[in-house]
Write a protein that binds this ligand. Sequence first.
Ligand code: SF4
Length: 295
Amino acid sequence: MQTILAKTILSKNKYPQYWFGNDYNMNLYRGCHHGCIYCDSRSECYQNDEFDIVKVKENALDILNQELMKKKHKGVVGIGAMSDSYNRFEEKEEITRGALKLIRDYRFGVSLETKSELVVRDIHLFLDIQKYNDVIVKMTITTCDDELSKIIEPHVCVSSQRFLAIQKLSEAGLFTGILMHPILPFINDTEENVIEMVRLASAHGAKFIHAYFGVTLRDRQRDYYYQKLDEYFPSLKEKYLKRYGMRYECLSKNKQHLQYVFQRECQKYGLLYKMEDIIHAYKTHQQKIEQLSLF
Ligand code: SF4
């Protein structure tokens, strides 16, 4: 594993209402080896030429300690947007675990996203943080088909294992749910997938699903995606080129129908799906637990 030095860790999020109420964002590692074929973090604008090689920011915890100490607003810290913080080095390095301990000690909140079942290792830390501030744990799952997940997200646990991780987080009393994006045109944008995803989410104790019925493609990230399409889905690249050209946002041609089915199914199972409702619910989650314990 390679190491690098970071200058800063926390960055302020100007628009918390658009992404799970995150007041700050941070990435403790640079790069990610989970290999998702659609990963936007491969794009040129992020200037990471060796994206698949994970580099640990070896001074991350010292800097984070200094930064949290100085912040007056004890807001929610977002983890994992550009790099999954539960990569295979985390088991030994415990950088994410160290960051959660600092977040707990300084009484900030946390909003974490991952595809790894390793997240359940730190349930006790999320519960500690939840005593004083807000916690939301998001698991990205895009297909209920394990065989397909092995192709599109090849180096992380399969979808069914991620559902089990959600169940453990939820049973422990954490506010948890699913990021169902991207939904890839011509691959997992089917009514059956959406219906089964919502059913499984509910069956495993998720409180919400947030969906995006399309994928964004640009520069070298598009090249990588098309290379993988050629490898696993013969002649699909040609279909993409015909339908989307060089467009950045490639929405499913079934988007409207899928959106309708998705909302209908979420309502049936009582799952939240609108960003503002999810934010409101997790920011009042601890209050509700306290009220219930009074009864
Ligand atoms: S887990 Fe996230 S950061 Fe890592 S490759 Fe997949 S999409 Fe990219």
